[in-house]
Write a protein that binds this ligand. Structure first.
Ligand code: PLP
Length: 423
């Protein structure tokens, strides 16, 4: 089996043992297809790299929030990293307990903080002084002690493929600038309903090598030592997510051993429980977006392949200029250099530009690869398009784990009789 779970057999792409043309005939297109065994393998690989030291893997729900994917990860022993009350709700629906949850995010509302405290989450990662004060007030109102961690912005240089996925550099909205950490630790000591239990960071996504981590870890350790010196009961050290996956054939998978060597050493030095927040690493390669070619078109000297999936289904190429490999589901002769585009009325609606691919015709199926992370979770209804189905494959079986939206779903929240009001 290929490491992604997708492989050709007799010229036909399969997800594990399921032939994709049969799956497409059963559920229609566009559809996201996820391989359960790939998620399992990736989870175990990361988990094993940290064997022997106390650690917990908190899957970043925003990468893929499907309930069945979350349940699959829960069965493997994962916790979750959430960034909204909606993600908390999903996590609880998927069977996670509050103790499995770390709550990150730069703009938590009072309501979300209360929801998290009521669920008894493991940690709330604090991103500003103002937020710390609000957490204390909400916890006091509920009569509980809020377990918090400070998200430190270690202000290191991070090299990511796109500026929008950097978070641990100076001048970002994320985290507490390292010069301000001491003040926040002080303030935590003065507030009666927060308890400082951890220190964390998250440097960004698709970090290709361990250099930023190597620079950042000593800064995190310094923050931990400082807080411990002030008597805070620190139990957790959270190194965030950001492990990269290869999207293009020349890219290499994250070097887990290198990563683990560096992080393990730091965790051992502190003796704390290590928290990891991988998102993409666990699910990206496990998924594809399955789409049908609607038309071939030739215009202004260019070839276009028009698909039934668009940027509302998968926005990464439009938002991050992200590369996704695209393969025909049935191996096809000939070759063409074409723009692979969706049906949406935006010139940003493309999956690939000037891409060489087999000479696929209308009716052919394409697999947009490495779409298991930040795919469906970023999908929208733009152009009033129902969001696609999601399918989980496990061995020779598959199940629809997210039903395709129907036309009525597009309008049902707008159909109530209007009740005009004045302020
Ligand atoms: C997005 C995010 C992650 C996961 O990032 P990946 O690049 O998908 O691993 C982890 N932690 C936090 C706080 C995040 O915002």
């Amino acid at each position: 089996m290929s490491p992604t779970g997708f492989e050709y057999r007799d010229g036909v792409l399969h997800a594990e043992q399921v032939a994709l043309p049969l799956l497409a005939a059963a559920v229609g297109t566009p559809a996201y297809v996820y391989c359960a065994n790939t998620v399992r393998a990736r989870y175990r690989r990361l988990d094993q790299a940290f064997a022997g030291i106390p650690h917990h893997i908190h899957f970043a729900v925003k990468a893929n929030s499907n309930l069945s994917v979350l349940s699959l990860l829960r069965e493997l022993g994962a916790g979750v990293d959430i960034v909204s009350g909606g993600e908390l709700y999903r996590a609880l629906q998927a069977g996670f307990h509050g103790r499995d949850v770390v709550f990150s995010g730069v703009g938590k509302t009072v309501q979300e903080i209360a929801q998290a405290l009521e669920a008894e989450v493991q940690l709330i990662n604090v991103e500003s002084e103002a937020e710390l004060v609000v957490i204390d007030v909400v916890a006091a109102r509920l009569g509980v002690m809020a377990p918090i961690a400070i998200r430190v912005n270690p202000e290191v240089t991070v090299d990511t493929p796109h500026a929008y996925i950097k978070t641990g550099e100076k001048g970002q909205k994320f985290g507490i600038p390292r010069d301000d950490v001491a003040r926040l630790v002080e303030l935590t000591g003065e507030l009666s309903h927060v308890q400082l239990r951890g220190m964390g960071m998250h440097l960004g996504s698709q970090i290709g090598n361990a250099d930023p981590l190597r620079d950042a870890l000593p800064r995190l350790l310094a923050a931990i030592a400082y807080a411990q010196g002030k008597g805070h009961p620190i139990a957790f050290m959270d190194v965030g997510g950001g492990l990269s996956v290869p999207y293009e054939s020349h890219e290499r998978d994250a070097d887990i051993d290198d990563y683990a060597t560096i992080v393990r050493a730091a965790a051992l030095e502190t003796g704390l429980t290590l928290l990891l927040e991988p998102g993409r690493f666990l699910v990206a390669e496990a998924g594809i977006l399955l789409t049908e070619v609607l038309y071939r078109k030739h215009a202004a000297g260019k070839d276009f392949v028009v698909t039934d999936a668009g940027m509302n289904d998968l926005i990464r190429p439009a938002l991050y200029q992200a590369y996704h490999a695209i393969d025909p589901v049935t191996l096809t002769d000939g070759s063409v250099a074409a723009d692979i585009v969706g049906p949406i009325c935006e010139s940003g609606d493309f999956f690939a530009k000037d891409r060489r691919l087999p000479d696929v015709q209308a009716g052919a199926l394409l697999a947009v690869r490495t779409a298991g992370a930040y795919g469906f979770s970023m999908a929208s209804n733009y152009n009033s398009r129902p969001r696609p189905a999601e399918v989980l494959v496990d061995g020779d079986q598959f199940a629809v784990v997210g039903a395709r939206e129907q036309l009525d779903d597009l309008v049902r929240l707008e159909r109530m009789p209007l009740q005009w009001r004045t302020a």
